[in-house]
Design a protein around this ligand. Structure first.
Ligand SMILES: [Zn+2]
Length: 164
């Protein structure tokens, strides 16, 4: 008997479908073939594992006792409906919180871009004396004085206009 045929015989032997003569043939082959012996052990192992996982048989009257409980649950219960809604609302509210946080993070730096004059000087490394240096470089003393006076007045006046 060939190993291929033995495999089919093995499967049938587990279902106890073999005739007496076939059983003997199988037995003889298994005694002489290590490969088919291992295969037989593997099959046996699989079958044993399946048997262990058999579902437990429900107790008698299981359905009779389950049915009223199911119908009880079907009854209108506003509290449980609200709870279901609330559970579904959790992800949505989480999303809103995340969106709100994202908006805050995105918009706060934009507001900070308007820096005060001193921040501007510090952060952008501007020279506060630049304007004054240019004015002092003017040739005429009168012009120099006038320009300095106007610049000082300009700084006091928030509109940036020259005062009369
Ligand atoms: Zn074999």
């Amino acid at each position: 008997m060939k190993c291929k045929k033995v495999e089919r015989f093995l499967l049938r032997s587990f279902d106890e479908l073999l005739k007496e003569q076939e059983k003997n043939e199988l037995k003889k082959h298994l005694e002489s073939c290590a490969l088919c012996q291992t295969r037989r052990e593997e099959y046996q192992g699989i079958l044993d594992a399946l048997k262990e996982n058999d579902f437990p048989v429900p107790k008698p009257n299981f359905w009779e006792r389950l049915k009223p409980k199911l119908e009880e649950k079907k009854k209108y219960d506003p509290w449980s409906l609200w709870k279901q809604w609330a559970i579904r609302a959790i992800p949505a509210s989480m999303l809103l919180v995340i969106l709100f946080a994202a908006i805050l993070i995105l918009f706060i730096p934009l507001q900070k871009e308007e820096l005060s004059e001193s921040e501007d000087l510090l952060l952008r490394n501007l020279d506060p004396l630049q304007e004054t240096t240019i004015l002092l470089g003017e040739e005429k003393v009168e012009d120099k004085n006038m320009m300095l006076i106007f610049t000082a007045m300009e700084e006091k006046n928030s509109t940036g206009r020259y005062l009369p």
